[in-house]
Design a protein around this ligand. Structure first.
Ligand code: SAM
Length: 235
């Protein structure tokens, strides 16, 4: 992967960046995503934020190598602190981290989100916590994608300002993803069910303490939610 030739995952993230947006890519690593966005004429101005020195230096090197110093500002900062008011950022991308880390980044500096109209978030795991955060913070899901690359399955959530109501099942699986029920979606959740069934089996052998009984009920409930979604007719 490089800035000209993005991974399928980052290409899908890029496809949701509105033309002419001012983007901040938080946790940018090599800054491949912002470089790609500029090279492809999608944006002319972007911020690449990194909290770790090594990736920050890689991002600086990459931006220089591509001759994009006038378009992309690379900053060493924790999360949204990479964004300054004068940047006029309206779109934020955060990709390649777990859902809880993405949410903690969004929660740490909420004031930075004031001028932001779109969030494109790609959690590697636990997308559920992002949907919960969105509901509680007046963001609504505009689009959702699930894709597979190199044997890993990823979800991308595109949020815009607004209110939404989701059922427990939709928070876990994604309303739009449930409606489309692609092969990748079915694969992901069939694997989860198998994992949960393995957990149930191992719990069977454990002592029946209150905690174990509670865990067992939780896992049975999750299996039921997901099996219902998988068995429903394609919406
Ligand atoms: N976004 C790229 C992608 O999707 O390919 C890189 C993903 S890489 C697995 C995660 C990056 O996020 C790392 O470079 C890490 O240093 C950075 N990161 C983690 N926590 C961060 C934070 N609080 N603020 C900024 N960057 C962070």
């Amino acid at each position: 992967m490089n800035a000209q030739n993005l991974s399928k995952r980052l290409e899908a993230v890029a496809s949701f960046v509105p033309t002419g947006a001012v983007v901040a890519d938080i946790g940018s690593d090599h800054a491949y995503l912002p470089c790609y966005l500029v090279h492809n004429g999608i944006v002319t101005k972007a911020i690449a934020g990194e909290v770790v020195k090594g990736p920050f230096e890689s991002a600086l090197r990459q931006v220089k190598l591509e001759g994009l110093q006038n378009n992309i500002t690379v900053r060493l900062a924790d999360g949204l602190k990479a964004v300054e008011k004068r940047d006029g950022v309206d779109t934020i991308t955060i990709a390649g981290m777990g859902g809880p880390l993405i949410v903690s980044i969004l929660e740490k500096s909420p004031e930075v989100l004031n001028g932001v109209t779109r969030l494109i978030l790609q959690p590697n795991i636990h997308a559920k916590v992002i949907r919960e955060w969105a509901i509680g913070n007046h963001w609504a899901i505009l689009d959702e994608v699930i894709l597979k690359e190199d044997d890993k399955i990823y979800e991308i959530l595109v949020l815009q300002r607004g209110e939404m109501e989701l059922t427990e099942q939709e928070i876990l699986l994604g309303k739009q993803l449930m409606a489309n029920k692609t092969d990748v979606f079915v694969e992901k959740w069939s694997k989860e069910i198998n994992n949960w069934k393995r957990i149930l089996n191992s719990i069977k052998q454990a002592d029946h303490t209150t905690d174990i009984v509670k865990k067992r009920e939780e896992v049975i409930h999750l299996i039921k939610l997901v099996e219902e979604a998988l068995n429903n007719e394609k919406g």
